[in-house]
Design a protein around this ligand. Sequence first.
Ligand SMILES: Cc1ncc(COP(=O)(O)O)c(C=O)c1O
Length: 402
Amino acid sequence: MNASCLTHLEALPGGETFPPDAPRNGSDGAVLFARYDLRRVRREVTREAIERGPATLWRYAPLLPVADPAHAVTLGEGYTPLLRTERLGAQVGCRDLWVKDEGRNPSGTFKDRGAAVAVSRYRELGVKTVALNSSGNAGGSWALYCARAGIGCVDILPTDAQASSLSHCASAGARTYFVEDWHASGRIVADACRQYGWFNVCTLKEPYRLEGKKTMGLEIAEQLGWRLPDVVVYPMGGGLGAIAIWKAFYELAELGWTGGKLPRLIVTQYAGCAPAVKAFDEGKLDVEPWTRLDVPPGGLKSPNPPGGRLVLEIIRRHGGAALAVTTEEALDAVAEMARAEGVFACPESATTLAGLRKALARGLVESDERVVLVSTGSGLKSIPVLPQPAVRTIGAAAEIGA
Ligand SMILES: Cc1ncc(COP(=O)(O)O)c(C=O)c1O
């Protein structure tokens, strides 16, 4: 496997650059992006070599920040199936519909990508303890990867965090705390990191979670034969995943590995926490904090998404939309995905299907366009949120009926 072609970090806006050899948080609202020697990648790596790589996200090692792939902290994350979903497509009126099934990652969500890559890199850089706020899925995932790496993890979670994520945190031995006022959680992590010398890995506070999530975009391209789809629909919380997928598309375009137009981005949010949708509808360049949070337990609980401005910029640049979905619509879509295709997605993921239906109805997507729904997590993480099935107990076959 090839070594990383990472060269430096770039802070945007501003453009200041930093060597990548120490753990670093962005400051003054700037976001740090990892930059690579893409000319070297082009010289030394081919798409065919990548295709022969391991069936994990580590197949993209030259485009990841971990200096030596032997340092990878892995549980077998990434290279998840991209499923052609013809029956579901026919139901919603989309002839070329695909689902990227991120529920197949080790802890059941795409958060494993960010955790695997960032934990690997920070262990390489000597970090002893990381801290983050998370609506649950990232917290559970980081707890497990930190355990695998032998480094400490401090998780700040909302009081309604799902049992599945809490179990990940507790089983893996992460120091786990609830915060009642979720709006204060980011500040609490930042203060704790200053006081106790931990490293802050909250969304977009450091550059490497994004690099892990970037592999979703690399995989979508590779799995479609290095051709990008017309539209990607992504369930947006902090916005990191969408930004990461587009970073992958930009790097692939610069490498000359994909051609043509970049896809349009449609982000979906719950109607009870839709700051990006509101900003998009009002033509604003940045999001404003959402005050009255009303979402089911789980992800998409980001009232002031750190990636809001960047997501809106991607939508402006390449086309797309931000659409709100009710909890009921999301839960219906969970059942629809399972019934039509056997894909058991969490409600956050199913917002993409409900959103696509709206986008088709409004003419934002044509029926013959190639659309990828990013199903960020498994329904197994959200069982208590899903409608409880009514099952009849029987004692004999005759009670079943034909
Ligand atoms: C299952 C799931 N999907 C999507 C998201 C949104 O993530 P992002 O921060 O990449 O927008 C989250 C977290 O909020 C999540 O837990």
